[in-house]
Design a protein around this ligand. Structure first.
Ligand code: 0X9
Ligand code: ZN
Ligand code: ZN
Length: 418
């Protein structure tokens, strides 16, 4: 018995503290200013294990934007020395990735019996939540299975809105395209919870739910999400096998049929922005695209990512502006105003090609070109202090402020029928 407790203690200690996959790993923010700096970043990413957090691949690195990447513990000091030698300015965003991994789980421990929306949840818990909230709200929520993931998991969609018996205009809202962006599925769950909680008491939400339906996919990339919980916290892509390569997965947000793989995407299966063998090669992407194509009354497409605090709209695949650029810009401005009114969180907004980087195959551009003229990508908190390891204590403020932006857009869409 004594030995058992002792071993248990050693195991718990080593997982939580010193030993671990990411022990001593650092996240650096680089500010490349010239071609020599860019070349250094290219060389480093070839020679060392470098995980690009923002942007997501060396191909997207340019001089006018900063670069956040995670470096292995044993290479960190070499890389830092190299940066200093060529005068490439950098900050250390995260000193020790492993020690932050525990801190992300700092959410409130609730003693009530309900679902805790201020924690990150594993996929099996989210599956249970989807079933339960559907059964508990039969007049407001219907559950659909829109397809299966590569590994055979269900991809669920919740239609949230007052049942009327006829087809209503709809707003599509998806989360969890990218596996490691955990605040995203947390937001979709928060949104559904808030919708049913405030129906009948909050007049604005009641009006929205009476007149339109929200089509919410809490997690699109379910295999990747599971993998980010079980094997690699910083996994981004799907988990499909790539014939002829030892590297797994495709970036679902490079796999939509929008000038597929023409810019800001990679043909290399090992890249985090791999576009896949062809557009809609990923079952998860195909499921979402088929659903949206067949559901004729979708008036807005909203997709939730993290991090960097941005409200983006098309195009990403070109620097050209959309025909309704002015309208989209005003909507984004007002959405960001509403969001910041709560806690003062500052967001950038504009066409994604200009504000973040050009890239093809994204869901927002695809939905826009299908005719859904209100199409927005949100990059939620933060701006890099925690990055993908956003602590659970920030779930509530992040979701509360994001609700204001989403509700603003939904109200706008309701008032501007087309
Ligand atoms: O690169 C992406 O897919 C998104 N950023 S993230 O950090 N969450 O990976 C931005 C998507 C913007 N829209 C398109 N690229 N179409
Ligand atoms: Zn369960
Ligand atoms: Zn993302």
């Amino acid at each position: 018995m004594k030995a058992f407790f002792f071993l248990g203690f050693v195991a718990a200690f080593s997982v939580g503290a010193t030993v671990g996959k990411y022990a001593g790993d650092k996240v650096l923010r680089l500010k490349p200013e010239n071609e020599e700096h860019l070349q250094y970043i290219r060389d480093v990413s070839r020679s060392a294990k470098v995980d690009f957090w923002q942007p997501h691949s060396v191909e997207l690195v340019t001089t006018n934007r900063s670069v956040d990447f995670r470096v292995d513990a044993d290479r960190a000091s070499d890389i830092q020395a190299g940066l200093e030698k060529i005068g490439l300015k950098y900050d250390i965003l995260i000193e020790d990735v492993q020690s932050l991994m525990a801190k992300q789980f700092d959410g409130n421990k609730m003693n009530s019996t309900g679902y805790n929306y201020e924690k990150y949840h594993r996929w099996d818990e989210i599956v249970c939540w989807i079933a339960k909230i559907t059964v508990e709200n039969p007049t407001l929520i219907s559950r659909f299975e829109i397809g299966r993931s590569y590994e055979g998991r269900h991809i669920y969609l919740l239609r949230v809105g007052k049942r009327t018996g006829h087809v209503k205009p709809a707003i599509f809202l998806d989360c969890g395209i990218h596996a490691r962006e955990w605040i995203s599925p947390a937001f979709c769950q928060w949104f559904v919870k808030e919708a049913v909680r405030s129906y009948g008491s909050d007049s604005a939400m009641t009006n929205l739910l009476n007149k339109l339906d929200f089509l919410v996919v809490p997690v699109i990339n379910v295999d990747g999400y599971v993998y980010s919980w079980t094997k690699d916290r910083f996994w981004r892509k799907t988990r499909s096998r790539n014939p002829g390569s030892h590297c797994v997965g495709t970036d679902p947000n490079r796999n939509f049929d929008a000038r597929w793989c023409s810019i800001g995407a990679s043909r290399n299966p090992c890249a985090d922005i791999y576009c896949g063998p062809r557009a809609e090669s990923e079952q998860e992407v195909k499921a979402v695209a088929n659903f949206i194509r067949n559901y004729k009354s979708i008036k807005a497409y909203l997709t939730i990512h993290s991090y960097s605090q941005m409200c983006l709209f098309p195009y990403s695949y070109t620097y050209l502006l959309t025909s309704n650029y002015k309208e989209l810009n005003i909507i984004a401005f007002n959405a960001v105003e509403a969001l910041s009114s709560l806690h003062g969180t500052r967001y950038e907004y504009g066409p994604a090609s200009i504000i973040i980087y050009p890239s093809a195959g994204g869901s927002d551009d695809w939905a826009y070109d299908l005719g859904i003229k209100y199409s927005f990508t949100f990059e939620l908190r933060d701006t890099g202090k925690y990055g993908f390891l956003l602590p659970e204590s920030q779930i509530r403020p992040t979701c509360e402020e994001t609700m204001l932006a989403i509700n603003y857009i939904a109200t706008y869409v309701l008032n501007h029928p087309y």
